[in-house]
Write a protein that binds this ligand. Structure first.
Ligand SMILES: C[S@@+](CC[C@H](N)C(=O)[O-])C[C@H]1O[C@@H](n2cnc3c(N)ncnc32)[C@H](O)[C@@H]1O
Length: 251
């Protein structure tokens, strides 16, 4: 199968369709659930993610799987004149994000608005070497083939640009792990049922984390996607990580 047909195949996958349906269902309460589940820490993680991207005023950022646009919003407020494209395959998530952005502008927020793009992460509708940095938050663990997604992100990244991914990772094997597992496996689905009316979606969450890679495995994946200077920063007792890599200046 050629590379393009493979991308289309991945974009049409059963998992992709069910993930998209799930995010459409939870979109109205997605932000509130994030704030509650992370005790407000998710905004700090998004800020660290943007800071790790090494952006300068006037740069162009692509935030893949932007959801309701929180990474894009943080980026616009941190870096003057930043141009941001927020891309996701869930129209419902992006609709919530666009309404938030409009409300922010009515409330006097002055930063340049982001552009929204309906896009599957496996086939990004952008020319090669277009963006100064590419970020994603909580995307990779939802994918059948995270390496293919990273390669596609590298394609649209300028040489010497940074690729940054924030995601939840399986907790390290220590005394805290049973607590984390209880929190993710029992408390979050309960909360998801009460607040979002979607306990199933929040049962998917601990499963997707348990089946995902530890940060060291993500570093390997980044290197396989031909990124260099790869490193990570663990967050929240090792239950999340920010992984950073740089596209080689010459390829
Ligand atoms: C957990 S949410 C994260 C949203 C946002 N990045 C944030 O920080 O809140 C995962 C997002 O990934 C999107 N997503 C999952 N698979 C995708 C794919 N193959 N292509 C594009 N977006 C995808 C979902 O629609 C959802 O908005």
């Amino acid at each position: 199968m050629d590379a393009c047909a493979n991308k289309i195949e991945l974009a049409r996958s059963f998992r992709g369709r069910s993930v998209r349906r799930m995010f459409a269902q939870i979109s109205p309460r997605y932000d509130l659930m994030n704030r509650l589940m992370s005790a407000g820490q998710d905004l700090r993680w998004r800020r660290l993610t943007v800071q790790a991207a090494g952006l300068r005023p006037g740069d162009l950022l692509l935030d893949v799987a932007a959801g309701t646009g929180d990474v894009a919003r943080v980026a616009r407020t941190l870096i003057p004149d930043l141009r941001v494209v927020a891309a996701d395959f869930s129209l419902e998530m992006m609709r919530v994000g666009r309404n938030k952005a409009r409300a922010g502008r009515r409330g006097g927020q002055r930063a340049r608005p982001e552009d929204w793009a309906g896009a599957d992460t496996y086939i990004l509708p952008f020319p090669s070497e277009r963006f100064d940095a590419v970020t994603s938050a909580f995307l990779l663990r939802n994918l059948d083939d995270p390496l293919a997604a990273l390669r596609e992100q590298v394609r649209v990244l300028k040489p010497a640009g940074r690729l940054v991914a924030l995601d939840a990772t399986p907790p390290p094997a220590n005394r805290v792990r049973p607590l984390v597992n209880f929190y993710l496996g029992r408390f979050c689905p309960l909360l998801g049922g009460l607040v979002a009316g979607q306990p199933e979606a929040y049962r998917y969450l601990p499963n997707s984390i348990a089946n995902f890679r530890r940060p060291e495995g993500l570093v390997t994946l980044f290197r396989e996607a031909s990124l260099q200077q790869v490193h990570y920063r663990p967050l929240m007792l090792g239950t999340a990580a920010i992984v950073v890599g740089t596209r080689p200046a010459e390829q």
